[in-house]
Design a protein around this ligand. Structure first.
Ligand code: KG4
Ligand code: ZN
Length: 368
């Protein structure tokens, strides 16, 4: 069954055509338009601008994604997200489902992020080096593809608005087991970036800045750049990221007040070193809490998802720790970490929730 999936929760307008294949889902097309550059000068998303851009992009994006494909159902993210943006995707999906006389499937955007881990792709050994991103073609057999994550799994969802740990016993039974009590991890990255004078969205910029620090530089300076790891030794699965962000502000303010070595480091290097320590601190907390969840719930695998899953430090650190604990680790390819419609289609196929044509957006929907 080929599904047209639509994603319009925030500043990305995306449409995809996907199809179930074995235990996973194959992506036939995935088109993403983004208004992120229009928000840069405001230092954050302006909801009215995002909604207006959604209206402009939605039909061209859907047209390009569908091509000549025969569509059997329409899926759409109906929350959480910005009301104006959500309305564009939901209303368009309703009209298409009605006009084509096809079922309308509603999808929770956060669940869709997790389900991006069920997108089928080739293991590197089938493709050869450097070709991991080649899309799957009609002739590929299921046996050539990566296996889907084993259940039960612990899911770590890290995005701009959410930081949640969930236990996935099967495709239907998901339980929230922990998360942040204040800022989401992505929000903390964005705010810290702003303090450091990096452009919006700050997460990818912080990642780039952190990666510029060589290991030698890091060994030399890391003791001068210590940030807190909130709640890291707490036995619970609660997290907190607002304190790390506040500590970055103090570190920047104090740089010239105390005549220490930090005032002699160039502005760029100073920023890169703070970004490196910030990434280390956030990754350490997330890894520690995921390991705690593994010890408590004994899953077969860990899946990482959401925009912050694109973070290099986090991907590497979590993979290493989870595999050391003897479990399998999954994270989507970079193009499926941020908002995209392919993940919405996967969720619609593997966790179907049928809907009526009176579907309403739900901006504050919880993950589970
Ligand atoms: O999942 P997402 O695309 O949108 C939401 O549903 O929120 O996540 C966006 C968040 C932003 O806060 C962005 O700065 C962050 O993900 N992000 C990153 C990276 N790429 C995106 N944070 C850290 N490192 C990255 N490489
Ligand atoms: Zn998202």
């Amino acid at each position: 069954m080929k599904i047209l999936a639509i994603e319009s929760t925030c500043d990305e307008t995306s449409a995809a055509v996907v199809e179930s294949l074995g235990d996973g889902v194959r992506v036939i097309s995935n088109i993403v338009a983004s208004s992120v550059e229009m928000h840069e000068k405001y230092g954050g998303i302006v909801p009215e601008v995002a909604a207006r851009e959604q209206i402009k992009s939605i039909i061209p994006v859907i047209t390009k994604a569908v091509g000549d494909e025969e569509i059997e159902a329409v899926a759409v993210s109906y929350g959480p997200g910005l009301m104006g943006s959500l309305l564009v995707g939901v209303e368009t999906a309703k009209v298409l489902a009605w006009a084509w006389k096809k079922p309308l499937l509603k999808v929770n955007h956060m669940a869709a992020h997790v389900m991006a881990n069920w997108i089928l792709r080739h293991p590197p050994e089938v493709l050869g080096t450097g070709a991991q991103d080649r899309s799957i073609t009609e002739s590929n057999t299921v046996s050539q593809l990566h296996e889907v994550p084993g259940l039960p799994a612990v899911g770590l969802i890290v995005s701009g608005g959410h930081t949640d740990l969930i236990l996935m016993e099967n495709m239907q039974k998901w339980t929230w087991i922990g998360g942040t009590r204040d800022d989401a991890a992505g929000e903390a990255f964005d705010k810290a970036a702003r303090i450091l004078g990096l452009p919006y969205p700050g997460g990818p910029e912080m990642d780039k800045a952190a990666n510029k620090v060589t290991n030698e530089e890091w060994d030399k300076y890391k003791n001068l750049f210590k940030l807190p790891r909130p709640l890291i030794h707490d036995p619970g699965l609660e997290m907190s990221f607002s304190g790390i962000k506040a500590a970055v502000a103090r570190m920047v303010e104090n740089r010239y007040q105390i005549s220490d070595v930090r005032s002699q480091i160039s502005d760029n290097n100073f920023r890169n070193l703070v970004a490196r320590e910030f990434s280390e601190a956030v990754a350490e907390v997330l890894v520690m809490k995921t390991i705690l969840a593994i010890e408590r719930y004994h899953p077969k695998s860990v899946v990482l998802a959401g925009g912050v899953a694109a973070n290099n430090k986090l991907r590497e650190a979590l993979k290493q720790e989870v595999e050391m604990a003897g479990l399998s680790f999954r994270v989507p390819e970079l193009k499926y970490c941020g908002d995209n419609a392919a993940m919405v289609g996967v969720a619609a196929i593997l966790r179907p929730e049928k809907s009526e044509l009176n579907l309403k957006p739900d901006p504050s929907l919880a993950t589970v």
